[in-house]
Write a protein that binds this ligand. Structure first.
Ligand code: ACO
Length: 323
């Protein structure tokens, strides 16, 4: 059987760090409030003129290097982003051009904070169908551009950054003993579209708009939705929380992550947590966390890793894989 195996990862964070204290200088908030409610201590913010494509490109270059492949082997690029450089063309096409790749297909995928899980699952389907051999899957965001810094309930939560993986089609034997993506489960439900949205767009206001969120409502639904798609992953593979080596959730909020892990009986030491340093970087948060754990030596070949995300739409999903 053909499996999609992650053979390299990379990430990039803008140089500029904004701490909670920095924010408190111009927003009516405090380090204590932000830490207690979210676990966030700081976030990275892109400089003026530093675009999503640039963050994604830098993460991609690292992923290509770590995979030890030639960039020209890549025949599929999917960039998950809700903050593209422009309305069109797709940011993935800009990144493709920066990499000097002029063959294959490149497109963006929009599932907000679930974007990376949706993109990884999509790339997995292309590879397993034989439609592509080597995919570059990126999550890249500049959420600072769509924040309303007059709204303290949202502007303290998000940051900028990018992460990327190289996914390769490899032949393997057996059902779940192989390396690679074992199963993925994607969901969406537009009845919740007003709970987390951007109040602008080309078709509605002809402006970019700002992020709006009913934080309590998002919180209320998050844990249930997350545990549902993870239960689906366990059912599909016959695995349980005990089989996991690492849990790499979307990094929105420490309280949501802790509550989800507790409900699923995932031991706290298996949880990869970067929200304290990165804030919520939407589609970039999972590949950033994954690359953090890969670089510090936590992820070993053969480790079972569970990815999970939930975001605007709502959209939510899980990917279970063997590193
Ligand atoms: N600093 C200080 N005080 C604040 C701030 C702030 N930044 N923001 C809100 N407050 C105040 C409120 O005004 C309110 O004051 P009041 O009681 O005088 O009216 C008080 O703090 C409590 O506000 P709540 O909204 O009830 O605070 P809550 O405990 O619900 O925490 C939070 C808010 C952190 C947003 C929480 O609801 C949450 O984490 N929700 C999930 C949001 C999330 O993670 N979204 C992203 C997931 S999906 C995605 O990634 C796209």
């Amino acid at each position: 059987v053909t499996r999609s195996v992650i053979v390299g990862s990379g990430s990039y964070l803008p140089k500029k760090i904004v701490t909670n204290e920095d924010l408190a200088k111009f927003v009516d908030t405090s380090d204590e409030w932000i830490r207690q409610r979210t676990g966030i201590e700081q976030r990275h913010i892109a400089e003026e003129g530093e675009f999503t494509s640039e963050l994604g490109y830098k993460a991609a270059i690292e992923a290509i290097k770590s995979a030890g492949i030639d960039a020209q082997e890549i025949d599929l690029i999917i960039c998950a982003t809700a903050t593209p450089d422009n309305t069109f063309p797709a940011t993935s096409v800009a990144i493709q051009n920066m990499l000097e790749i002029h063959h294959g297909a490149a497109f963006d995928l929009q599932a907000v904070c679930s974007g990376f899980v949706f993109a990884l699952s999509t790339a997995d389907m292309y590879l397993r169908c034989g439609k592509a051999k080597t995919a570059l899957v990126i999550g890249a965001e500049t959420f600072s551009r769509i924040l309303d810094f007059e709204d303290r309930t949202t502007c303290v939560l998000f940051g900028d950054g990018a992460g990327a993986v190289i996914l390769k089609a490899e032949e393997g034997e057996g059902e779940i003993s192989d390396r690679g993506i074992l199963t993925s489960h994607l969901r969406s439900d537009g009845r919740h579209k007003e709970k987390l949205f951007v109040d602008g767009g080309p078709s509605t206001t002809q402006t970019t708009g700002h992020l709006r969120m009913e934080g309590k409502e998002v919180f209320k639904h998050a844990v249930g939705m997350i545990t549902d798609v993870i239960t689906d992953a366990f059912k599909a593979t016959g695995m349980t929380a005990d089989d996991l080596d690492w849990f790499v959730p979307h990094q929105a909020n420490k309280r949501i992550i802790d509550a989800s892990a507790r409900k699923l009986n995932i031991a706290p030491e298996k949880v990869v947590m970067t929200v304290n340093l990165h804030g919520n970087t939407s589609a970039a948060s999972i590949p950033l966390a994954l690359d953090t754990a890969a670089k510090d030596g936590r992820l070993k070949k053969g480790d079972v890793i569970l990815l999970e995300a939930m975001g605007g739409g709502f959209t939510w999903g899980s990917v279970l894989l063997r590193w």
